[in-house]
Design a protein around this ligand. Structure first.
Ligand code: C2E
Ligand code: CA
Ligand code: CA
Length: 528
């Protein structure tokens, strides 16, 4: 039985599972790598921020030391202290200017000597530090100002913002670093901005100095973790990808392998891949089409047309045959009913039914639905029960058969002669027809003993008053022999092979006025 699956692009758990299994190791590996990368980035960011903070504290130590030296001179006349102010500038690498103030007025500067400018302590965070975007001497040039005060007078020292900028750039070359003082901050571009600095997209870290009122913010851009993962774990990434593909592919393979015949038949039933084919049954004498037997075919998307003996035995074994037969009956009714005018009244339609179906009272509904498609009396539904699998004469089965007969449904015993049905069995189920198995028909013209068995079967069915259908009639010799021995109906390749509904309708329509054909004038179309 062809078990390969072919679903029309439908998302089911069977299609999704291999993707999930394939992506799982990749997702888990990426998550672990990402976690490790984040941890490393955070540690690196913390170290950088701590290093920058230490460097800024070192700069501020210089400013504080210079201010401390000058603090006692505050209040003295500018000409007396001016030299001392300049000495501090020269002695300290980071100090750009030194200034003295008294009563909130800057009165002496290392740069200009006498000066006169108000000093507002509120500009300074914690009264000590001010990050400003330039002053009157160098506007636009950032500046960090340190203020030391005692009793309303004190010293102010400044450092050029370039020193901070250099520290931010050199220490954390690919970090996003900012130094914040109060409500002002400066990034690696050297510009001072108002407000709070933006939070970095990844590994954002902040560190407030314990010694001076400033804090350092650090972190990395949004692309940094991805870049780091790619540069650090290229082999591992490749391995994970390979693992994902292998896991996904083997899961898919397993699923395909595990796709049971049952699932395959269910799928085919859903996809309406089981089709009715029709083989005519001809009447003795005029060889007119008295009816058709419906034979199931599987139009498999990959394997093509599949013969029933390749899948019916499994469907019978699994019990799925009941649903398949129900669908086949409905489909048969739907394709034939619109062309009911082509059929003679009492046209037989034979459906093969299994023993399991005979324990299911719903068979009555199935037959009723089938017959309702046609004008009353147009078709005679014949259920063909195979003798190979014996039907239990259970109460439900007997009730079912009684009701089927009441409905006008006929019963034929298929493959007769191959099983061991007793005469009482035939009576109990009120069988209407016997279908002589083709193996007996094939014996015609053979040895005397085989022919004797066939004759006995024909004789028996005549005695029981049952109609006889002979299957597998392939030669004129067989046809004539059966006709001579009183077999009512014949079926076989000699008359027609099983055909799709289109061919059946064409053949039915090709009979103008539905004439009765002489035995020797079977037209080509009837020969299939
Ligand atoms: P069957 O019910 O005995 O059907 C007759 C089989 O003999 C058909 O085979 C038919 O094609 C074949 N046949 C007809 N005339 C000739 C002939 O002249 N020579 C030879 N050699 N063969 C001939 P098919 O269609 O392959 O069906 C095989 C079997 O599968 C059927 O045997 C029947 O038992 C089962 N089957 C088919 N359709 C159904 C179905 O819808 N339900 C059930 N339960 N069984 C089915
Ligand atoms: Ca049959
Ligand atoms: Ca048969």
């Amino acid at each position: 039985m062809p078990l390969t699956r072919h679903r029309p692009a439908r998302w089911s758990w069977r299609t999704l599972l291999p993707w999930v299994v394939g992506l799982l190791p990749l997702a888990c590996g990426l998550a672990v790598m990402r976690w490790q990368t984040d941890r490393d980035l955070r540690a690196s960011s913390q170290a950088t921020v701590a290093e920058v903070a230490g460097h800024v504290e070192h700069i501020l130590d210089s400013l504080a030391a210079a201010a401390r030296h000058l603090q006692p001179r505050a209040g003295q006349p500018c000409e007396q202290v001016q030299l001392a102010l300049r000495v501090e500038v020269t002695r300290n690498a980071f100090v750009r200017s030194t200034n003295l103030f008294d009563h909130d007025n800057l009165y002496c500067s290392s740069l200009f000597g006498d000066f006169d400018e108000p000093v507002d302590p509120r500009d300074y965070t914690d009264g000590r530090l001010w990050l400003m975007n330039g002053n009157s001497v160098t506007p636009g040039q950032s500046l960090l100002v340190y203020r030391s005060s005692q009793g309303g007078r004190g010293a102010i020292t400044t450092v050029d913002g370039n020193h901070l900028r250099t520290a931010l750039r050199l220490i954390g070359d690919d970090d996003e670093l900012q130094v914040q003082v109060g409500n002002h901050w400066m990034g690696a571009d050297g510009q001072v901005h108002d407000g709070t600095p933006p939070v970095a997209a990844s590994a954002a870290v902040s560190l407030a100095s314990s010694r001076y009122p400033f804090s350092i913010h650090g972190g990395y851009g949004p692309d940094k973790p991805g870049e780091l993962m790619r540069s650090r774990y290229p082999a591992l990434l490749g391995l994970l990808l390979l693992l994902g593909v292998v896991a996904g592919a083997s899961c898919r393979w397993q699923l395909r392998r595990a796709s049971s015949p049952r699932a395959e038949l269910d799928r085919a039933l859903d996809a309406e891949e089981f089709l009715p084919y029709f083989q005519p049954v001809v009447r003795k004498g005029d060889y007119h089409w008295a009816g058709v037997e419906v034979l199931m075919r599987w139009q498999h998307p990959r394997e093509g047309l599949v013969r029933p003996d390749l899948f019916i035995p499994y469907a019978e074994h699994s019990g799925q045959i009941v649903a398949m037969t129900r669908a086949l009956m409905l489909q048969t009714a739907q394709v034939l009913a619109p062309h009911a005018a082509l059929l003679d009244d009492g046209f037989h339609v034979g459906i093969n039914i299994t023993a399991d179906h005979c324990r299911d009272l719903r068979l009555l509904d199935d037959c009723e639905t089938f017959l309702q498609h046609f004008p009353p009396g147009r078709v005679v539904l014949t259920l063909e029960l195979t003798e190979r699998k014996l039907i239990e004469p259970a109460p439900v089965t007997l009730e079912l058969f009684e009701k089927l007969h009441a409905m006008g449904v006929m019963i034929a015993l298929d493959d007769f002669g191959t099983g061991q049905s007793s005469l009482s069995y035939l009576r109990q189920f009120q069988v209407d027809y016997l279908k002589i198995d083709q193996s007996f028909v094939a014996m015609i013209g053979g040895d005397a003993l085989s022919q004797h068995i066939l004759d006995s079967i024909i004789e028996l069915s005549a005695k029981l008053g049952l109609g006889i259908v002979a299957e597998g009639v392939e030669t004129d010799v067989q046809r004539d022999y059966l006709a001579r021995h009183g077999v009512d109906f014949l079926q076989g390749y000699l008359f027609a092979r099983p055909m799709p509904v289109e061919d059946l309708l064409l053949a039915l329509a090709a009979r103008p006025g539905r004439p009765r054909l002489p035995p020797d004038a079977a037209p080509e179309i009837m020969r299939g």
